[in-house]
Design a protein around this ligand. Sequence first.
Ligand code: IMP
Ligand code: MG
Length: 189
Amino acid sequence: MPTAESIHPDLESILIAESAIKRRIKRLSGEIKKVYGDEEITVISIINGAILFTADLLRQIDNPLRLDCIRVSSYGNKTKSVGTPQLIHSLTLDIANRHVLLIDDILDTGKTISMVVGLIQKLNPASVKTCVLLDKHGRREVPFAADFVGFQIPDKFVVGYGLDFAERYRNLPCIGVLKPHLQNPPEWA
Ligand code: IMP
Ligand code: MG
C-alpha cells in the first residue's frame, strides 16, 4: 500500500485508497443499473471536479447514454464555499423528457448541487437523480440527499481523484487529506 508521503508530500493522510475507489465504483454502477434498467440515461457531470469520477463510473455502465458537462464557479483559492455558486458554462444537450443523472465529486454544504438540480428541473426532464462520490453529511447548509453516494466522509478538506485545492492535486489517484498548514483558511486544520 503506498503511503501518503509517497503519493504527494502535501498529503497528511490517505482517506480513500485508489483500490477502494475502484471497488466502490463497480458496486455503485450496479446500484445505478438496478434503478435505470435498460433506459437511456443523460448524464450531466459538474466539471472540473467530477471529471475523473464520471469517466471511471461511465465505463462501468452499459446503458444507452448521453453525456453533457456543466461548469459551476468554485471556491477559488479557499477551502470554504463563498456565497452562492454561479453557473459558468451551461448545458448543450436538450434534456426535456430525458432521464437525467447529475454527477458531482462531493456534496458539502449542498449549495452547488441544489442550485444545479433547480436549473435542470426547469428544463422538464423525465426524471433527475444525483450521484456523488463523496458526501460530507455534517457540513450541509441546504438540506439535500443524493440518490447514489460513493463514500460518507468526515469534515476534512480532501483532494485528489478530481478534487482540487486551488486547481492542484486533481490528478492524484486516491482521496487524501491536505496537510493543515497548506490549507486556507487555517481554521480548517
Ligand atoms: P457545496 O456547494 O458546498 O456542496 O460544495 C460542492 C463543491 O465544493 C464540490 O463540487 C467541490 O468542488 C467543492 N468542495 C467541497 N468540499 C471539498 C473538499 O473537501 N475538497 C475539494 N473540493 C471541495
Ligand atoms: Mg471544486
